[in-house]
Design a protein around this ligand. Sequence first.
Ligand code: ADP
Ligand code: MG
Length: 487
Amino acid sequence: MDIIKPEDNPKKSVINWASLRENRAKYEAMKWTDLPPIEKNFYKESSRTASMSREEVELWRKENNNIICDDLKEGEKRCIPNPVCKFEDVFEHYPDIMANIRKVGFQKPTPIQSQAWPIILQGIDLIGIAQTGTGKTLAYLMPGFIHLTSQPISKGQRGGPGMLVLTPTRELALQVEAECSKYTYKGIKSICIYGGGDRKGQIDVVTKGVDIVIATPGRLNDLQMNNFINLKSITYLVLDEADRMLDMGFEPQIMKILIDVRPDRQTVMTSATWPDGVRRLAKSYLKNPMIVYVGTLDLAAVNTVEQRVVVIAEEEKRAFMQYFIDSMKPKDKVIIFVGKKLTADDLASDLGLQGIPVQSLHGNREQCDREQALDDFKKGKVRILVATDLASRGLDVHDITHVFNFDFPRNIEEYVHRVGRTGRAGRTGEAVTLVTKSNWRVASELIEILERTNQVRIHLTGGKKKSKQQQQQKKPTQNKTETRVVR
Ligand code: ADP
Ligand code: MG
């Protein structure tokens, strides 16, 4: 038999993968050659900020919504800069910015601003996690203004916008634009690009040259694909409300947009929450970032909640929940947290079939159904609400007596957030958390963090080993490890 080697067969063209790969790498490298250098570090620490002692810094962070900072750089960690307690501490060399701040009459930086400014102004990538309404916009805009106007090349030489802010919705884009215009600095021009807006008008402005583009990912990607916008000139990038952008399914567009933004830019990302998706995004698009997490939760509430951790087998979880519900008193109100929408539906219909009034709250339900569910729960029409974390954000029902974590929370923020749903406004509450073998690693980590951050002091009173007899018992309460809060 004749064996035809590819190179012997003139008809068949052979793909040379190695050369393709090599060319691609060459192309990638070529794409970013001849770009002007970027200046990133503009921070001069004031003597007042520099003189803060370690204790003062720690106290300040604790008193300002429990700020937690971390350096996510691998290897040797850098020093997290001290917070700036006054506007002058950070902008004294920028009189125009100071004048703008005086004009609007702000008293002092918000917690996220105090801690974010010295980091961003040093040219370090930042992840800022803080609740809505905490001043994140100015936290990235002010350093952005300074960055834009302090580059070694002039605006004319740049050949396109220097700063890009991606936001999830048109409303947010307009809000950011309004802040940009309110604090006009050295004639910086900004433009808003969003779906539904006047596409031709937006193209006209973009092509005429602007400094800051504030855009929703969908429309920007559309202009980019049609070569109406040059993104190569961007050196300061903001991913605003990253969690919402992901929830809205914008990840593919963000990916496409960022292919054209130079990799040595500075990137700031904000988010109200810190779930896995946002962590992944941060890992892909930020370089050696620092993170500033402003404790948005009423961590004090956690102190008024008695917390129990129940070690249990996966298949016993339902029986335990049933037992828990059966022992509810008439005035009790419980929110049952699950990890998946499917589980929420499943548990809710299970209870419904038994004639137990229940509602469920998750991202797949229509907005009106979600509002109805919440209303029923608030008014006490139902005393059980099965919810996923996504749908429960910001949920404020003051008389929840119990939080039942059917599925183990993914991380510390989620745990604290869930537990904080009860024990509100000075009331006491109880939280029960089911832990299976597969969660145990995260669970022990969580207990350690809670202890370390002094939010609560917990000790495990030790779980009893199950006897054969107990295993046969229906009542699964025998099999529990108590985690009690020492107040
Ligand atoms: P976020 O993006 O965190 O949701 P915003 O940036 O929209 O919050 O800020 C919320 C409001 O707070 C805005 O009206 C903004 O002008 C105002 N604000 C920002 N910084 C300060 C400050 N240092 N002091 C008082 N108000 C501020
Ligand atoms: Mg915002």
